[in-house]
Design a protein around this ligand. Structure first.
Ligand SMILES: Cc1cc2nc3c(=O)[nH]c(=O)nc-3n(C[C@H](O)[C@H](O)[C@H](O)COP(=O)(O)O)c2cc1C
Length: 329
């Protein structure tokens, strides 16, 4: 399928694997890219720019297809060495970057000068317009149902996507809550040129995370995620577990007085324990409501081929049946 996004990134299918902390390693990025999508290494999971350079080199050994790097700008006690990470990306010859979180203006000129296409992930039309105005090539529009940080506006994708289509001049992909061919066709219908998936790609054979994480996603329903850290204006959608329920009790007790220090135990540094060691109650980890649509653990190629076959079936059979009926009704 050809769209503005496949053309921009030189990929076969309009499917992107969003950056994911302690999930987006070279193994997953290469598997997604080899399957015809755009795989992304998660920059800040690499402790230093030198580690990121190694991960990029490793990914290049695993695929000759385009892949990218995610650079996330979130509040942090110590700011990461962004100039160093950008240098590693440019010197590694990467041609696609997904930025996320705060405004990426500080890195944009360097990335653009190096001929890199930048897609900024955002959760509101106003942030998407800002990204367009500072020179991003595309945006990834993340709805309220998404795993990770859905922002503070609570706008679901059935509203957000057509709003984005009405306002934006640059292409966009839809993000959050997507798992199959239905998701892709619906995204295209609402004006997107492709889709970005996070949680769905964790439950794949190549995702280099503990089997417990994949099994937890398959076992979960759409009712099993919770929103945490709302009062800190750092809302995150996570899969419920003992640590999350404890965190929610603290949030209820402390209300607006809640400080980050009160919940450090439940949120700080927990990703390696969960993703690598499979300690599923170690803390809060991002997961989308889309878990309710995930019932298996295919390879990335099986998943992407299935999505494209389903999309083809929906467009050429299910929707084709309605052709002309709107005017002839
Ligand atoms: C475990 C996990 C970790 C994530 N980490 C990041 C991250 O470090 N940076 C980022 O920009 N997005 C991150 N995300 C968000 C994803 O890139 C993507 O936008 C989101 O998962 C889409 O929603 P979905 O999970 O419903 O598909 C993460 C998501 C998950 C599930």
């Amino acid at each position: 399928m050809k769209t503005a996004i496949t053309e921009m990134f030189g990929i076969e299918h309009p499917i992107i694997q969003g950056g994911m902390h302690f999930v987006g390693f070279a193994e997953l990025a290469a598997a997604v890219s080899n399957a015809g999508g755009l795989g992304l290494i998660t920059g800040l999971t690499q402790r230093t720019p030198a580690d990121l350079a190694n991960e990029i080199a490793k990914c290049r050994d695993m695929t000759d297809k385009p892949f990218g790097v995610n650079l996330t700008f979130l509040p942090a006690m110590v700011a990461p060495d962004y100039p160093g990470y950008v240098k590693a990306i440019i010197e590694g010859g990467v041609k696609a970057v997904e930025t996320a979180g705060r405004n990426p203006q500080q890195v944009l000129p360097h990335l653009k000068d190096a001929g890199i296409s930048v897609i900024h992930k955002c959760t509101s039309v106003r942030h998407a317009l800002k990204a367009q105005s500072i020179g991003c090539d595309a945006v990834s529009v993340d709805g309220f149902e998404c795993g990770g940080h859905p922002g503070e506006d609570e706008v679901p994708k059935m509203i957000l996507l057509p709003r984005a289509a009405d306002e934006l001049d640059i292409p966009f992909v839809s993000s959050g809550g997507q798992a199959d061919g239905r998701s892709l066709v619906a995204s295209l219908a609402m004006g997107a040129d492709g889709m970005n998936m996070g949680t769905r790609f964790i439950a794949t054979k190549e995702a280099p995370v503990h089997q417990n994480v994949k099994d937890a996603i398959v076992a979960a329903s759409e009712l099993d995620t919770r929103l945490v850290m709302r009062s800190l204006r750092n809302t995150e959608r996570v899969l419920t577990n003992d640590a999350v329920e404890r965190l929610i009790v603290k949030e209820k007790e402390l209300g607006d007085k809640l400080k980050f220090e009160d919940i450090v135990e439940e949120v700080a540094g927990v990703y390696p324990r969960i993703m690598l060691e499979g300690d599923m109650d170690a803390g809060a980890w991002s997961c989308g409501m889309v878990a309710g649509l995930i019932h298996d653990i295919p390879t990335c190629k099986e998943l992407i081929d299935r999505i494209m076959a389903e999309a083809d079936q929906i467009i050429n059979q299910r929707l084709a049946k309605f052709q002309g009926s709107a005017v002839s009704a």
